[in-house]
Design a protein around this ligand. Structure first.
Ligand SMILES: Nc1ncnc2c1ncn2[C@@H]1O[C@H](COP(=O)(O)OP(=O)(O)O)[C@@H](O)[C@H]1O
Ligand SMILES: [Mg+2]
Length: 330
C-alpha cells in the first residue's frame, strides 16, 4: 500500500457573493515509502493549494474539500485541527518557497528548532540544544552552536532554507512536502539544497513530494512525475519514460521551452503560446485546448479521460496524444 494516496482531490474556493474557483479539480496520485514524486506545472495550476490541502493548512471558511487523501490509512481531509497538528511535524512536514516568511523573525533559530523537539519528541534543556546543533550540522550549517543563537535575518537565504529543512526533518517525518524549496535561491545554492534533500531521502527513507515549476529539478530528483494543468493531472509517468516520451502536448511544450546546450546556435526557443488564463472549463473539454497545436473538435466534447496511450503506467489526459518517439535526454 502506498504511504500517501490522493484520490480525486478537489479544492473549491467560494463564499458569499463570490464565484466559486475550483483550484484543484480531481487530482489523484500516490507516494510510496522512500519515493520522490514530482508535482509539476506552471504557476497557478494548483500545486500549492494541493499541498496546503494535504497539510490541513487551508482556511476552513470559504474552502470546500472533496475526494480522499490518506496517509498510511488516516484520512487527512477529515482530521480535527488538533489531530492534524499532532500529525504535522511528526508524520508529515512541509518546506516552503520563502524561508524568511516561514521563520519567526524575532526568535533565535535555536529556540525555534528546540520548540519542535520539545513538542514532538519531548526533549528539553541541554538534550534539546544538543539535538538542535546536531540537526543543523546534519543539514550542512557550519558552526551550529553559534548559529543557533542567531536570528533568521543573520543567516543567508541558503542557510535559512537549510534551517527550515532541519526543522522539517527534526522528527523524522515519513512524508516531506517541499513546495518550490529552491525557487528563491541562487542557482549554486539551489543545487546544494537539492543534493541535501536527495541525501535525506536516501539515508532516512523519507518519502518526498516535490512541487516545482522547474523540469530540471524533476529530472535530477524525482522517481515519478505528475504534470498538472488547470487543477488536473494531465500526464503521469516514471521520470525516464516521461522525459523520453512526453505524450501530452502540454508536457511536450514544457520540455520544448527549456534551452538546450546541444541545440544549434541561433535555434529559437519554443515557449508554449498564451498563458494559463487562456483556458476553458474542464467540464466543456480539455482546458489546454486553446493553447494546443494538436487540438481537434474532439477536444471540446467534455473532459478527456486519463488513458495509457503509449505504455502501461504512463497516463495522459489527451484525445490526440503525441506518440512519436522524441529524443529528449533525461
Ligand atoms: N484563497 C484563494 N481564493 C481563491 N482562489 C485561490 C486562493 N488561493 C489560490 N487560489 C487560486 O487557485 C489557483 C491555484 O493556485 P496555486 O495552488 O497557488 O498555484 P501554484 O501551482 O502556482 O502553486 C490559482 O488560480 C489561484 O488564483
Ligand atoms: Mg505555488
Amino acid at each position: 500500500m502506498p504511504l500517501l494516496t490522493v484520490d480525486e482531490l478537489t479544492v473549491t474556493f467560494g463564499g458569499r457573493g463570490r464565484k466559486d474557483v475550483r483550484a484543484v479539480n480531481g487530482v489523484s496520485f500516490d507516494v510510496d515509502q522512500g519515493q520522490v514524486v514530482g508535482l509539476v506545472g506552471e504557476s497557478g495550476c494548483g500545486k500549492s493549494v494541493t499541498s496546503l490541502a494535504l497539510m490541513g493548512l487551508l482556511p476552513s471558511k470559504g474552502v470546500t474539500l472533496g475526494g480522499r487523501a490518506e496517509l498510511d490509512g488516516t484520512n487527512l481531509l477529515s482530521l480535527t485541527p488538533s489531530k492534524m497538528r499532532d500529525l504535522r511535524g511528526r508524520d508529515m512536514a512541509m518546506i516552503f518557497q520563502d524561508p524568511l516568511s516561514s521563520l519567526n523573525p524575532v526568535v533565535p533559530v535555536g529556540v525555534q528548532v528546540t520548540e519542535i523537539l520539545q513538542r514532538h519528541r519531548g526533549l528539553k534543556g541541554e538534550a534539546a540544544r544538543k539535538e538542535a546543533a546536531h540537526l543543523l550540522d546534519r543539514v550542512g550549517i557550519p558552526d551550529p552552536t553559534r548559529r543557533l543563537k542567531e536570528y533568521p535575518h543573520q543567516l543567508s537565504g541558503g542557510m535559512r532554507q537549510r534551517a527550515l529543512i532541519a526543522m522539517a526533518v527534526a522528527c523524522a517525518p515519513r512524508l516531506l512536502i517541499a513546495d518550490e524549496p529552491t525557487t528563491a535561491l541562487d542557482v549554486t545554492i539551489q543545487a546544494q539544497i537539492l543534493e541535501l534533500l536527495k541525501e535525506l531521502v536516501d539515508q532516512e527513507g523519507t518519502a518526498l513530494l516535490m512541487i516545482t515549476h522547474d523540469l530540471g529539478v524533476v529530472a535530477g530528483l524525482c522517481d515519478q512525475v505528475n504534470v498538472l494543468y488547470a487543477g488536473k493531472v494531465v500526464e503521469s509517468a516514471g521520470r525516464r519514460e516521461l522525459f523520453a516520451h512526453p505524450t501530452h502536448p502540454y508536457t511536450h511544450g514544457l520540455l520544448g521551452s527549456i534551452p538546450r546546450l546541444d541545440a544549434p546556435r541561433g535555434e529559437p526557443l519554443h515557449p508554449i503560446r498564451g498563458s494559463i488564463n487562456d483556458q476553458i472549463a474542464w467540464a466543456d473539454g480539455c482546458a489546454f485546448a486553446p493553447r494546443c497545436d494538436r487540438y481537434e473538435m474532439e477536444c471540446l466534447t467534455g473532459t478527456p479521460e486519463l488513458t495509457e496511450p503509449r505504455a502501461a503506467g504512463h497516463h495522459a489526459r489527451c484525445a490526440n496524444p503525441v506518440l512519436a518517439t522524441t529524443e529528449v535526454p533525461a
